[in-house]
Ligand binder design. Structure first.
Ligand code: FES
Length: 118
């Protein structure tokens, strides 16, 4: 059973919660791209926890969904930058970070929180 995770971007009133699929759509160890309006989101199920990031590498904007998720390590397909999929922090190189969005489960639906107006 997947669980959801929040982020520092928070559950405030300026967040629009958008439907991003059902938990059965993304099994543990899998990732998938979801287009939510103008934002392309990468959903990852890492050790049973759902996390969401902008589907855009901070290097040269390649979609991270074209990369590889192995356990908690996400590798971009373009130039092999490596990220910790649990946190979005860069492993190689360090000092970079993916843009993270909060995730919650509502009636067994996956909802991703995007800032209003995006
Ligand atoms: S675009 Fe991802 S590593 Fe270059």
């Amino acid at each position: 059973m997947a669980t959801s995770s929040g982020s520092s971007e928070g559950d405030d009133a300026a967040t629009a919660w958008l439907y991003a699929g059902m938990p059965d759509d993304i099994w543990e160890g899998e990732m998938r791209a979801v287009s939510l309006g103008a934002v392309d989101v990468l959903l990852c199920n890492v050790d049973g926890e759902l996390v969401a990031y902008e589907d855009r590498c901070p290097h040269l904007a390649n979609p991270l969904s074209q990369g590889v998720l192995s356990e908690h390590v996400l590798t971009c397909a373009a130039h092999e930058w490596v990220f910790d999929a649990r946190t979005g922090q860069g492993i190689n190189p360090e000092g970079v970070c993916l843009r993270r969005y909060p995730v919650r489960l509502d009636d067994d639906r996956i909802l991703v929180g995007l800032p209003e107006g995006t």
